[in-house]
Ligand binder design. Structure first.
Ligand SMILES: Cc1ncc(COP(=O)(O)O)c(C=O)c1O
Length: 283
């Protein structure tokens, strides 16, 4: 197995993590996960844009420009002969003696690897169970940082009660989920939290917003109260791994009919159509 480390692709076995890497000690870094279909990166430009935005917000200098990074990632996909799967990419502030402030002279460490398979698409269309939990995270979750403890604890809480996802509620309003964005549909209007510092502006979220028109849904980027969420006709979550995950109950309360909704199905089909439009076998 090969990985990308800064500007070079090397065997994974020849790489080791420095104990003083700030990603390891502080979670001082950023990441992206990008799906690959038939060897083609899906929504790569959007992921790349978000990665560089996260880096700017944290003042981490990425050692390559966007073109160079794209070339390296494509080379890694080719070397690994990846067909369907994903790439994981992270950049930390680098290696330095442990101090909290930005250390002088440290250079960022970029690492990327690929994985075959990943979460199975469509399985989620059978509907998922979710719970709600207080959003205890910091107030810059728009940055895709390695600091994910609030997310980890929330997901664990869900898993412990047999649910698949935890919905964050901040001051009575629904923000997003532990590893996904959330949408609610009521009377032909699709609601989701605006892309501000209280949510990660998911790439899948952005794709779904573009697809709403195709299924005749209006968009309303307004935070939903928890009470409003319970009363939605349909609720679904989005992320790179699952794409669209229809929610059939929240905190044990049925959403709509308690089955996967029509809009969720239609959006999922549109999503598949979009994937088909970029993969070689469908050209
Ligand atoms: C907290 C959070 N929100 C939203 C998302 C969805 O983002 P994307 O669609 O880019 O995968 C993720 C993905 O991991 C996430 O961790």
């Amino acid at each position: 197995m090969y990985i990308l480390v800064n500007e070079g692709i090397i065997p994974k076995s020849s790489f080791s993590i420095d104990i003083e890497d700030r990603g390891y000690q502080f979670g001082d870094g950023i990441y992206e996960m990008v799906k690959v279909f038939e060897g083609v990166l899906f929504e790569w430009e959007a992921h790349l844009e978000r990665l560089f935005r996260s880096a700017r917000e944290l003042r981490i200098a990425i050692s390559m420009n966007k073109e160079e990074l794209t070339k390296q990632i494509q080379q890694l996909i080719a070397i690994e002969n990846l067909r369907d799967g994903y790439i994981y990419l992270q950049v930390t502030r680098g290696v330095a003696a442990r101090v909290h402030h930005f250390p002088e002279g440290a250079t960022s460490v970029l690492v990327a690897y690929v994985k075959e398979g990943g979460e199975v698409r469509k399985a989620e269309l059978t509907g998922i169970h979710v719970i709600t939990t207080e959003d205890i995270r910091w107030q810059r979750v728009d940055i895709k940082s390695l600091n994910l403890l609030g997310n980890v604890l929330a997901k664990q809480k869900a898993v412990e009660v047999g649910a698949q996802e935890a919905v964050f509620v901040r001051d009575g309003f629904v923000t997003e989920c532990s590893s996904s964005n959330i949408f609610g549909i009521k009377d032909g209007v699709c609601y989701t939290h605006p892309a501000n510092h209280f949510i990660l502006n998911g790439i899948t979220r952005q794709v779904v917003i573009r697809l709403l028109e195709k299924v005749s849904l209006e968009l309303e980027e307004t935070p939903m109260t928890l009470e409003a969420l319970y009363e939605m006709d349909e609720v679904f979550i989005t992320n790179t791994g699952q794409e669209i995950g229809p929610v059939i109950d929240i905190d044990g309360r049925k959403i709509g009919t308690g089955e996967v909704g029509e809009y969720s199905r239609k959006l999922s089909s549109e999503f598949q159509r979009l994937i088909d439009s970029v993969v070689p076998s469908k050209q």
